[in-house]
Design a binder for this molecule. Sequence first.
Ligand SMILES: [Zn+2]
Length: 209
Amino acid sequence: MQVSGTAARQGNLDLCLEFTDTVDWRTSDHAKDRLVTYADLVSWSQRKGVVDDKEAKRLLRLAREEDVTAGGVLEKARVLREATYRIFSAAAHGRKAGPEDVKILNDYLGRAMAQMEVQMTDEGYKLGWRTEALADRMLYPIAKSAAELLTSERLDRVSECANEEEGCGSLFIDGSKSHSRRWCSMDSCGNKVKLRTYYRRHKKTSGSG
Ligand SMILES: [Zn+2]
């Protein structure tokens, strides 16, 4: 079903992986969490089309009025994110996820499902989310995306960036025909690793010669 805007992201299997990518260099000793505040979570969600501009404004206002709630949601978002990372990293390496992580995902999925509804549009019907600005509403599409990816045949295609030496830890769906994509991106990790390999080989050659 092709729908636009916020609803279109519902079918997006990548969304949950993009969410895990809000930690840079996550498997290194200098991992950097880019979700420092609730506002960071809202603006990430806005950039990804998970919430629209109006919703984002409403959520930020809500957060200002109820900062404890906002802090709690940020904490929950991180718990969901880390469980999601562990589940798909395990899948990328041909391992089963830990049942406790699947349980975390299921808790959020249950909450997400309770917020889904059929909406009537000029073109027909679509699956959407209840519109009340619940502070954790961005977590619903993320949980749904994770559940869908985990149970889809695309799960085979989930990979983790091969730049292990620097601890990239980015997850992606390998869309290449040959199942041979190794890097989160050629521009960053791919080229870096290639250069590193080249220099090492070169050093070895010049050292032995
Ligand atoms: Zn990478």
